[in-house]
Design a protein around this ligand. Structure first.
Ligand code: NAI
Length: 248
């Protein structure tokens, strides 16, 4: 119960990796604010699962790419639930195309959610952590941000940008009791990868030493460690959880 009494915000927390993170942090004792963009029912279901663990949970609708919405959401969470001391920047999208065929619009769409949105939520939340003299920021980046991927130049640029942001922000906040880290998942079984063609997923399995895709709970376990007080000396780190597909 490392996180007892602390409030965690998980963006995109109604399904997939985000939902697993919300449940794992609840197991660690945290109360949970779940941000969602479009499906109130799924968000409420995730909240119910958290409440069943004896923690407080509320869902907050917001498109993280929209600054005024972000501002309003964080103010509402503070009012309804208190200061946010653990932030998991998980919301993300893909709009895959080769770079030659990519439109300016799909480039901007991905960058505005996966990089700028995550950065701006963090900007809004950081004062809570500075006031408390304690905080945990965790960005969900991707193996693709480290090794690149055919057809994902927009996504790779955003996720690579998150790694650079992680390291910069870690330096700026270390003396304030705040750690900033990233988790870089490999290929994980969620809605996001359900649209990837079978032959590509088979190739992924063959290129992954562990020989399978990962599970959302395996990402959540890494986040729980980084969020815990025991990880106080870990900052600016990118924790790979990828079955050995990429090692650096
Ligand atoms: P998912 O598609 O199931 O979940 C993404 C969540 O983000 C959804 O709940 C969605 O509603 C939310 N979201 C999207 N745009 C939003 C916006 N503008 N504002 C607020 N919420 C928004 O995908 P999954 O797999 O659970 O992905 C979670 C994170 O993990 C993403 O950042 C993704 O890039 C990253 N990731 C996923 C991998 C995978 O293999 N599934 C691999 C590496 C990273």
């Amino acid at each position: 119960m490392d996180l007892q009494g602390k409030l965690a915000l998980v963006t995109g927390g109604s399904r997939g990796i985000g939902r697993a993170i919300a449940l794992e942090l609840a197991d660690a004792g945290a109360d949970i604010a779940i941000n969602y963009s479009s499906n109130p029912q799924a968000a409420e279901e995730a909240c119910e699962l958290v409440r069943a663990k004896g923690r407080r949970a509320m869902a907050f609708k917001c498109n993280i790419a929209n600054d005024p919405e972000n501002h309003a959401m964080i103010a509402t969470i503070r009012k309804e639930m208190g200061p946010i001391l653990v932030l998991v920047n998980n919301a993300g999208i893909t709009r895959d195309r080769t770079f030659a065929k990519m439109t300016h619009e799909s480039w901007n769409e991905v960058l505005s959610v996966d990089l700028t949105g995550q950065a701006m939520v963090t900007h809004e939340v950081l004062p809570d952590m500075v006031n408390a003299g304690w905080g945990r920021v965790i960005f969900i980046t991707s193996i693709v941000g480290e090794m690149g991927n055919f057809g994902q130049s927009n996504y790779a640029a955003a996720k690579g940008g998150l790694i650079a942001l992680t390291r910069s922000l870690a330096r700026e906040t270390a003396r304030k009791g705040i750690t900033v880290n990233a988790v870089a998942p490999g290929f994980i079984e969620t809605d996001m990868t359900s649209v990837v063609p079978d032959n590509v997923l088979e190739q992924v399995r063959q290129n992954t030493p562990v020989g399978r895709l990962g599970k959302p709970e395996e990402i959540a376990a890494a986040v729980r460690f980084l969020a815990s007080p025991r990880a106080a000396f870990v900052t600016g780190e990118v924790l790979n959880v990828n079955g050995g597909m990429y090692m650096n």
